[in-house]
Design a binder for this molecule. Structure first.
Ligand code: AMP
Length: 282
C-alpha cells in the first residue's frame, strides 16, 4: 500500500494508474476507521482496479463550538486496517496543503443544505462540499463511495456531482451497525457506558417507525407521534433530540403521507456527543 502525504505524490502515482486504463475508486474519510468505513473500502476494492482512501479531518466542516480539536485520530491503526482491506493508496494530507493561507473559494448548495443537519450546523455542508470537490479534483476517481449513514451529505454530493458536472459515479453504501443496532460512528468513542446504552433510543425509534409503516401506517404525523412513547419507555435521560423528521427521500421536502418511499432522519445529543441515524422506508 502506498502512502501519499502531498497532492503531487498522489498525482504522480495516479497518472500511471490512469495511463494503464485502470479504474480508480475513492473513499473519503476523516479517519478513526470502523467497519462502516471499511465496508466502503470493500465495495471500492471489489468494483475498481485501484482504491484510494483519504484521511483528513476537515476543519471547514466543523462549527466554532464543535469537536474539531477532540475529533478522534489514530493514523497507525487506520493504516493497518486499510492495508488489511487491500487499499492501494492512502492520501493523508496536511491541513495547510488543502487550505493554504488566504483560502476563500467555497462550494455552497442553497436548498438541501438548509434542512435537517443544516439547521443546527449552518456552515457544515459548505465545508463538506468544498473538501469533497477539492478531493475529487485531486484524485479524479471514476467512482466515489459514500455511506447512507450521512444521508443528507450523500444527496448533496450526488447533487453537486450532477450540477457541477464532475465525471464521477457516486456509489452509496448501506449503514453498518453495531450488533445492538447503534449506527457505527467514529464519535461513538466519546460515549460513556450510560450514554452508550441510552443512545440506543435513536435506532429504536427509527426501527419502530419502520415497523409501524410496514404494518400499514403511512400518515407521517401519526408515525412521528410514536416517538414520544418510545422515548418515555426507554428512559434514556441522556438523549436530547435535535430533529426527527420524515421527508421525501429525493428532495428532503416535507411529506404528509408516504406514497412510495421516505427518509426517516433523526439527530440527537447524547451527553455532549451528537449522533445521527436514518432509515429509508419503502
Ligand atoms: P467520516 O469519516 O465520518 O467522514 O465518514 C466517511 C464515510 O464513511 C462517509 O461516506 C460516511 O457516510 C461513511 N460512514 C460512516 N459511518 C458509517 C456507517 N456506520 N455505515 C456506513 N458508512 C458509514
Amino acid at each position: 500500500m502506498i502512502e501519499a502525504f502531498e497532492k503531487e505524490e498522489l498525482r504522480n502515482v495516479l497518472w500511471d494508474i490512469r495511463a494503464s486504463q485502470k479504474t480508480i475508486g475513492f473513499v473519503p474519510t476523516m479517519g478513526f476507521l470502523h467497519d462502516g468505513h471499511l465496508s466502503l473500502v470493500k465495495n471500492s476494492v471489489e468494483k475498481c482496479d485501484f482504491t484510494v482512501v483519504s484521511i483528513f479531518v476537515n476543519p471547514a466542516q466543523f462549527g466554532p463550538n464543535e469537536d474539531l480539536d477532540n475529533y478522534p485520530r489514530d493514523y497507525e491503526q487506520d493504516k493497518k486496517l486499510l492495508e488489511n482491506a487491500k487499499t492501494d493508496l492512502i492520501f493523508y494530507p496536511e491541513k495547510e496543503s488543502l487550505y493554504p493561507d488566504g483560502f476563500s473559494t467555497w462550494v455552497v448548495e442553497d436548498k438541501l443544505s438548509k434542512v435537517l443537519c443544516g439547521k443546527s450546523r449552518p456552515t457544515h455542508f459548505k465545508g463538506v462540499l468544498t473538501i469533497v470537490a477539492k478531493l475529487f479534483n485531486i484524485v479524479q476517481p471514476d467512482f466515489a463511495f459514500f455511506g447512507q449513514k450521512d444521508y443528507q451529505q450523500l444527496l448533496l454530493i450526488k447533487k453537486m456531482v450532477k450540477e457541477l458536472d464532475f465525471p464521477i459515479e457516486i456509489i452509496s453504501c448501506p449503514i453498518v451497525r453495531e450488533s445492538d443496532g447503534l449506527a457505527m460512528s467514529s464519535r461513538n468513542k466519546y460515549l460513556s457506558d450510560k450514554e452508550r446504552s441510552d443512545s440506543l433510543v435513536l435506532p429504536r425509534i427509527i426501527f419502530e417507525i419502520e415497523k409501524a409503516f410496514q404494518d400499514g401506517e403511512s400518515n407521517t404525523k401519526n408515525l412521528i407521534s410514536l416517538k414520544d412513547k418510545i422515548i418515555s419507555d426507554s428512559n434514556s435521560k441522556n438523549v436530547k433530540l435535535e430533529y426527527f423528521e420524515i421527508l421525501n427521500s429525493d428532495n428532503l421536502e416535507p411529506l404528509d403521507k408516504i406514497e412510495k418511499s421516505a427518509l426517516v432522519a433523526i439527530a440527537g445529543k447524547c451527553g455532549s456527543t451528537r449522533l445521527i441515524d436514518n432509515i429509508i422506508l419503502k
